[in-house]
Write a protein that binds this ligand. Structure first.
Ligand code: XUL
Length: 522
């Protein structure tokens, strides 16, 4: 029996998933919700109240407290942590934790809590998280400070300077609280902070999550001196060198051995970002398989051999924990926009699905630009919905609008993921709307790729457990994917080749209209 533990410290919850790598069983899959289980931290949705809606911060002590609460719960339910052979995991990307001394300066005692003991180390009480959009000025400053500007930052880091990315967030901290910044000895990401707590020593940031900082050079896989300088003074001294995701960064600290019964010496593998971890948990670590996650916002991600950058500057390049790179493209108008259309038409989800399945691919040329909220890809600061077609369509009187929104979303995914270079032959759909057969068919037809769904619920925590099994147990990702990320056997949707001409036409029209809109709207 070889158990591996994967953790996922996400925006709203901490999850723990344990696998038995040999039998292929998920032994345990438990989550704790920060809002409901740790109400004393005042973060019902995982972040703290702030009068400025663009500021989104969390309390790092809440993340530490969550580890104690969840582990205590698992132990009380009878789980014997001494069976765990290796630990790894993930954190919400981009969020940062500021420490006035390395973690190893505390000798953690099992008679107190992690949160109490780590508290004196925080040089900043709060941690900015990925939902923060308050750093537009800092993005501009960083871009202006680098010779070659935006194109050069994209070339080096795989993304233009982005508000939620860690570099612009560090710069904002340095400008707003210079003394606290100067007192900071070490900056951690959420992922490396959790790994540091587990090992009781400073854990390095891995390439997967490090690429979401606007600081990592994708060619050398080291912090880029020009960007460090453009971001904040002395930043090079506050970051440990980044490491490969498969690095064993330490062993579980005596705190966890004494308190929860882990075996002394249990290896801890570098933690990574939740998206790179999901790539592993979904079994999509090799180019050719893309993951489409249909949530509040939709994301499209896929493995890449080379760090191909998006010339348009919307997509990102992160490290693939299995080696190589991955792309990630985020669309703000996901479920939110589908809900708006269903609501306007008075359709429940089964009728929404039927409306798509009963209408022809390409919608006979009808087209929607579906930006009900400001969009990330393409960048649109103001919402804008445009309809092109007959009068019934334009006056919101036909269920064909259900097909129109989904086709526009999928055409957007295809257009803005072209830079990845390899056309996906297979798409794994996940998230709330992924069971909709209509959406699955549009995905299959537009991409001319097979679409499948997986049984996996918690792909990021599962990715952590699989990475631990790979790095410690030397099991290959191929074998692990076969065991843990097998597609649901009934879920295969094949592309319809006769849809190709209709989509060739609609794709061209979408490109013309979306470019016109983007040119006027930003
Ligand atoms: C990715 C991003 C989010 C967070 C969510 O760039 O910002 O997906 O990782 O946890």
């Amino acid at each position: 029996m070889a158990h591996y533990l994967g953790l996922d410290s996400s925006t709203q919850s901490l999850s723990a998933l344990i696998i038995d790598a040999e039998s292929g069983a998920v032994v345990l899959d438990e989550s704790l919700r920060f809002g409901a289980d740790l109400p004393e931290y005042g973060a019902p949705n995982g972040f703290l109240e702030n009068a400025d809606a663009s500021v989104k911060q969390s309390d790092p002590l809440m993340w530490a407290a969550a580890i104690d609460v969840l582990f205590a719960r698992l132990r009380a339910s009878g789980y014997d942590f001494s069976q765990v052979r290796g630990v790894s995991g993930a954190g919400q990307q981009h969020g940062s934790v500021y420490l006035n001394a390395p973690i190893e300066s505390v000798s953690f005692s099992a008679s107190s809590t992690l949160a109490e003991q780590v508290k004196p180390l925080l040089s900043r009480k709060v941690a900015p998280i990925w939902m923060d959009s308050s750093t537009t000025e800092e993005c501009r400053e960083i871009t202006e400070a680098v010779l070659g500007g935006e194109a050069e930052i994209v070339r080096i880091t795989g993304s233009r300077a982005i508000e939620r990315f860690t570099g612009p967030q560090i710069r904002a901290f340095y400008k707003r609280e210079p003394e606290a910044y100067a007192a900071t000895r070490q900056i951690q990401l959420v992922s490396s902070f959790v790994a540091s707590l587990l090992t009781g020593k400073s854990a390095p940031i891995d390439f997967g999550d490090g690429a979401g900082m606007n600081l990592l050079d994708l060619t050398t896989l080291a912090w880029n001196p020009k960007l460090l300088l453009a971001t904040a003074p002395e930043l090079d001294k506050k970051l440990l060198p980044a490491v490969a995701s498969s690095t064993v960064v330490g062993t579980i600290s005596s705190y966890f051995v004494e308190k929860y019964g882990f075996a002394a010496g249990t290896p801890v593998v570098a933690f990574t970002g939740d998206n790179p971890s999901s790539l592993v948990g979904m079994g999509a670590t090799r180019p050719g398989t893309a993951v489409v996650s249909l949530g509040t916002s939709d994301t499209f991600f896929a493995a890449m051999d080379a760090p191909n950058c998006d010339p348009r500057g919307f997509g990102h390049v992160f490290g693939n924990p299995a080696g190589g790179f991955m792309s990630l493209i985020c669309f703000a108008n996901g479920s939110l926009a589908r809900e708006k259309v269903a609501g306007k038409l008075g359709l429940d989800w089964p009728s929404f699905e039927r409306a798509i399945l009963e209408s022809p691919p390409g919608n006979e040329g009808r087209l929607m630009l579906p930006y009900f909220v400001p969009e990330i890809t393409p960048k649109l600061l103001k919402p804008e919905v445009r309809l092109f077609g007959d009068d019934a369509f334009k006056s919101w009187q036909t269920p064909l609008l259900a097909r129109a929104i989904v086709e526009a979303q999928v055409l957007g995914m295809q257009r803005y993921s072209e830079f990845i270079g390899k056309r996906p032959t297979s798409i794994l759909a996940t998230g709330g709307a992924s069971k909709d057969r209509g959406i699955q068919q549009v995905l299959a037809d537009v991409f001319q790729a097979e679409v499948r769904t997986l049984k996996v619920r918690n792909s990021s925590a599962l990715g952590g457990a699989l990475r631990a099994a790979n790095a410690v147990g030397k099991l290959s990702f191929v074998a692990l994917s076969e065991r843990f990320a097998a597609p649901d056997s009934e879920s295969r949707v094949a592309p319809n080749p006769s849809a190709v001409p209709a989509y060739a036409e609609l794709r061209a029209r979408f490109a013309t209209e979306v470019d016109k809109l983007a040119a006027t709207a930003t």
